[in-house]
Design a protein around this ligand. Structure first.
Ligand code: NAD
Length: 402
């Protein structure tokens, strides 16, 4: 059987530590034997980021703009310890942060659901995809400790000098004060990313805020979503039988617990921060979560939701055996290949992505898995495989399916 051809390259962003090791094995065992892989390669490993003063990260993001689809390995975000470990010239920013701000996207995270790794919430049968707005609110706030009695006001000075004032509180004693903002432009692009991704993945979209209490701030989010839905997406949603559902955040939380899953839950920044950890932990494991950055301009960047699995890497360096879960990284590749296939009308590539995912799921469901999953599975007496053997089992399954 000949290899599947690709017409347009994918942007491949290599990374760090254990995930870099997995990246190489995945390519060798699961991709290159079957696909005539066309990628434009960027090494976002910390050593090369340091050599290029992080220019490689910017180049990679620009390449995603050019080719529209990228796949990224987990990377180290430097801290003080990493400065020493890698002799860094400076404490570079998080590559994900740099890429996200250049592509102006929203990150969608979804659990990979397999039989034998059951969610803690019994009625969750299908994945719940979480979309978190990644700009503003409490993450860009200004706050103050109020020492004692006094008056706090909200003041906006327009460019022409006109002032608008509103009383916040007349303090009788000590307290706290906080100022937050958001931008119509950012909310609009968040909304468009969510509606587009819902159509793309054929899932309903839920959105919730506290607009009954926050009549300007949260209500603006609600209004912008509604307006963009009505003017740009309603027709397409109705045509495909999809629903856009808005409710209050407390009602959304209550409904999510009782739902079956199978929808996208769009969250404001803070809600998304909190709820994504709840959803991922309830579904089992960070190593079983996919993550895709979707820009309203139609760029897609796929990655695993977890980090570089540093502890396993140090064991690997000492020559010890590791059992690192490669599922989310495999799904990052399958997601990117499927999207490439869709954009290029390459059905063979799309089918390959489906088969790669099915092979991965089948291996786990047959009781062969990495240690992290063996610890939480309901499958009796699972076979624990090391990092490479797990991927090799998937290769056997894939070969049989192809
Ligand atoms: P991590 O996700 O690498 O590990 C957190 C915990 O989850 C560890 O206990 C680890 O053993 C477990 N775990 C995660 N993925 C696993 C997998 N595939 N298989 C088995 N177990 C897994 O996060 P961390 O330890 O906080 O960070 C390590 C490095 O990763 C840091 O340098 C950080 O900057 C980076 N990081 C990168 C990204 C990214 O690129 N998207 C995200 C988070 C952290």
């Amino acid at each position: 059987m000949g290899k599947i051809a690709m017409t347009t390259p994918l942007v491949e962003m290599d990374g760090d530590e254990m995930t870099r090791i997995l990246w190489k094995i995945i390519k060798e065992e699961l991709l290159e034997p079957f696909v005539d892989l066309k990628t434009e390669y960027y090494d976002l490993g910390l050593t090369y980021r340091n050599e290029t003063n992080d220019a490689v990260t910017v180049d990679a993001a620009n390449a995603v703009k050019k080719y529209k689809v990228g796949v990224k390995c987990a990377t180290i975000t430097p801290n003080a310890a990493r400065m020493e470990e890698y002799h860094l010239k400076e404490m570079y920013k998080s590559p994900n942060g740099t890429i996200r701000s250049m592509l102006d996207g929203t990150v969608f995270r979804a659990p990979i659901v397999v039989k034998g790794i059951e969610p803690c919430v019994k009625n969750w049968k299908k994945p719940i995809t979480l979309a978190r707005h990644a700009y503003g609110d409490v993450y860009k706030n200004t706050e103050m400790r109020i020492p004692g009695p006094g008056k706090a006001e909200l003041v906006f000075t327009a460019q022409d000098g006109t002032e608008t004032r509103q009383m916040i509180h007349e303090f009788k004693g000590a307290g706290v004060l906080q100022g937050m903002h958001n931008l119509d432009e950012s909310i609009e692009s968040f909304a468009r990313s969510c509606f587009s991704y819902a159509l793309d993945t054929q899932q309903d979209l839920w959105f919730a805020t506290k607009d009954t209490i926050s009549k300007q701030y949260d209500h603006t989010f609600k209004d912008i979503f509604q307006e963009i839905y009505d003017t740009e997406y309603k027709e397409a949603f109705e045509k495909t039988g999809l629903t856009y559902f808005y409710t209050l955040i407390d009602d959304a939380v209550a409904r999510v617990m009782k739902a079956e899953g199978g929808f996208i839950w769009a969250c404001k920044n803070y809600d998304g921060d909190v709820m994504s950890d709840m959803v991922s932990s309830a579904f089992g494991s960070l190593a079983m979560m996919t993550s895709v950055l979707v820009s309203p301009k139609g760029y897609f960047e796929y990655e695993a939701a977890h980090g570089t699995v540093q502890r396993h890497y140090y064991r690997h360096l000492k020559g010890e055996e590791t059992s690192t879960n490669s599922v989310a990284t495999i799904f990052a590749w399958s997601g990117a290949l499927r999207k490439r296939g869709e954009l290029d009308d390459n059905t063979k590539l799309q089918h390959f992505a489906d088969k790669l995912e099915a092979a991965t799921v089948n291996v786990i469901e047959s009781g062969r898995m990495t240690k992290d999953l063996a610890l939480i599975t309901s499958i009796p007496a699972p076979t624990v495989l090391n990092s490479r053997d797990f991927i090799c089992e998937i290769r056997k399954e894939l070969e049989a399916a192809l």
